[in-house]
Write a protein that binds this ligand. Structure first.
Ligand code: SR1
Ligand code: MG
Length: 423
């Protein structure tokens, strides 16, 4: 199969025939296709994902479809998202070595990426639902975010290179459009594909849609998302885009990559830890999840701390771009000026990440794309109670983000909402 053939979706039956001559794949797994075992394991919303095992190893073949898999061909989606994913992965690998799967091959015409099979890794969201406490995720993800977000910005890159990248990723229009609608607008009106746990949440949903302060803040966050082309984002950094073992963490699936605000990736990620926190009550059949709840709040604290420390370190050692140039500060002996500017930047990331976190929580409960943390709670009354707490939390952090000064304050609020609404 070459990049010149017309696009054709792979299947379990056709994969070996079509990729049997692919040198990159054969060198990883062996070229005797009669030994290949192919499984389709994609459980995301958009793409096909195959695990291919051969006599000498295994690899993942990920292929975009020309439509949204979750919805079907009534929602077309361009194949070029695979191009953006490939280019984002290569940049993330260069900026945060070892944080993403190794890429073996990219075929733009077939919208497919052949990459490292991560094993025995599992999706972080699944681990958190199972109640597993992973010791390294805060450190690994905090470092990944600080390194990719700092090094993809005008704080570090030559401005010519950054502008070329900005232009390249600006074409990821349709994926940005998904986020712009699904995250920032749909939860706050009766959008066609919305769904929520009904009738239990009907009253809360009506209240949120009538909540003027919340809607204004959500639109403010949408404005920042669309207008602040600060750095190359992962663009969809939730716990379903991270694979883990007890000792290793890898970020996957950056097909939503584009130039946006630093705070977006950080806010979306932390929101997923807070949702995991509020969903724990629904997974207590095997015993209390008190320790897991403490663990999750601890992870938010450590992630934010690691991010800040690493971002500050890079600010002091790799600030080679055109912003806050050293000639204005350190070169004049004004180290404190550079520190003041750093404080301002971290403060603004903090305030904005709370806004992004709040809307991310809302859209996962009220919009089209729900998450398994809540969806796997079978009892709808119990699920609704967990979701209602998360919605309340999301509203508070989004609307009051300028008055919240520390992650401990946010976590005290989360713990209070969790306790107060205990049923
Ligand atoms: C139609 S796509 C829905 C969601 O799935 C992806 O993982 C993104 O989070 C997107 O918002
Ligand atoms: Mg994804």
């Amino acid at each position: 199969m070459t990049g010149k053939s017309p696009f054709e979706a792979l299947s379990v039956e056709t994969l070996a025939g079509r990729l049997g001559a692919n040198e990159a794949l054969c060198s990883q797994i062996g070229k005797d296709t009669s030994q290949w075992k192919v499984r389709e394991v994609g459980d995301g919303n958009l793409n096909l994902v195959f695990i291919v095992e051969g006599a000498e190893g295994a690899a993942v073949v990920k292929q975009a479809l020309p439509y949204v898999r979750l919805v079907g061909d009534s929602w077309p989606l361009p194949l070029k998202r695979s191009f953006f994913e490939y280019h984002a992965l290569t940049r993330q690998q260069a900026r945060a070595l070892g944080s993403v799967p190794e890429i073996y091959h990219f075929d733009e015409g077939q919208a497919l990426i052949i990459m490292e099979y991560l094993s025995p890794h599992i999706i972080l969201r699944r681990a958190l639902i199972e109640g597993r406490q992973l010791p390294n995720i805060a450190k690994d993800i905090g470092l990944f975010m600080a390194r990719t977000l700092f090094r993809g910005s005008d704080l570090h890159m030559a401005t010519k290179d950054r502008k070329a990248d900005l232009a390249l990723f600006a074409d990821n229009v349709e994926l940005c459009d998904i986020t712009e609608n699904l995250v920032f607008s749909d939860p706050y009106f009766d959008a066609k594909m919305n769904r929520h746990t009904s009738p239990q949440l009907d009253g809360i949903v009506a209240e949120l849609r009538a909540d003027r302060d919340l809607k204004v803040e959500a639109q403010r966050m949408k404005h920042i998302f669309a207008a602040n082309a600060e750095t190359l984002l992962h663009g969809d950094l939730h716990s379903g885009s991270i694979m883990v073992t007890d000792t290793e963490t890898r970020m996957i699936d950056p097909e939503f990559a584009f130039y946006g605000p630093i705070a977006f990736d950080v806010g979306m990620l932390l929101a997923n830890f807070w949702m995991a926190f509020f969903s724990q009550r629904g997974h207590e059949q095997g015993g209390s999840r008190d320790a897991m709840r403490d663990y999750l709040l601890g992870v938010t604290v450590e992630t934010w701390s690691v991010f800040r420390v690493e971002f500050s370190h890079l600010w002091r050692t790799e600030r080679t771009g055109m912003l806050y140039h050293k000639s204005l500060f350190e070169d004049q002996g004004d180290r404190l000026g550079a520190e003041q500017a750093l404080d301002h930047m971290l403060q603004s990331i903090w305030t904005d990440l709370l806004g992004f976190a709040g809307v991310e929580v809302h859209r996962r409960i009220l919009g089209l794309a729900h998450n398994a943390d809540f969806e796997t709670i079978a009892d709808p009354d119990l699920r609704a109670r967990c979701e209602a707490k998360a919605l309340k939390f999301g509203r508070h952090v989004a609307v009051n983000r300028r008055q919240i000064h520390s992650i401990d304050e946010v976590n005290r609020l989360a713990a209070l909402i969790e306790r107060e609404s205990r049923i």
